[in-house]
Ligand binder design. Sequence first.
Ligand code: BTN
Length: 230
Amino acid sequence: MDILTFDVLDSTNNYLKEFYQKMENLSVVVAKTQTKGRGRSDRTFLSNKGGAYFSILLKPPFNFAAHELTPLAAVAVKKGIKEATKIDTKIKWVNDLIYNDKKVCGILCEAISKQNKIEAIIIGIGININRPKNGFEEFEDIATSLYKRGGKIRKIIEAVLDNFLEIYLNKEDFFVEYKDSLITIGKKVKIQKNNKVGKAIDLAKDFSLVVEYLDGEKERINVGEIVVKS
Ligand code: BTN
């Protein structure tokens, strides 16, 4: 696994998008800070010094289907954090890791397709390890870090990568681990695509979330996002 480290990048996902053709399967790019860290739905991912911001490049043939890679990465991050720090985190469907009820990690999986064929998949992972000097700014209410200071960034990145490789290369089944780590099941959720409120009742085998609406109708949600209501 080649690991390229930069002090600053706009976004490690953008870097791989630009250079993936010349890079090998399973290359990793790490940035100590990002000036344009991106989250899902075009949101900003605050990427000040103190966190782990890295992306993994996957090239065909892929060992998993594209929709399995975000949950796979979530399990790898959870296990990596536990091994490196002893800290237990939970997963909020589909791509957030939660610590003390706040978000401590986000995952952004992007596919590059040409003529309907996936040429590469980029898995971007951002973990808040140490608290930024100026806090989490507009995200203060929803974001947290594993440590105030002193958390070892490289050690955590390496533990996450080890766990990712273990599952990815051995095609390990991680469904039960993912499901058991979810905080979402049993919670009231709001589905963004239709603004409806319901209850998350199960995780389907394809990692879609089974939601039951107030009128008893059930639906599987596999795209878009939910807001967990407490
Ligand atoms: C989210 O929370 O919606 C996903 C956040 C993903 C952030 C990571 S940091 C490394 C990689 N580069 C980016 O620009 N984004 C991802």
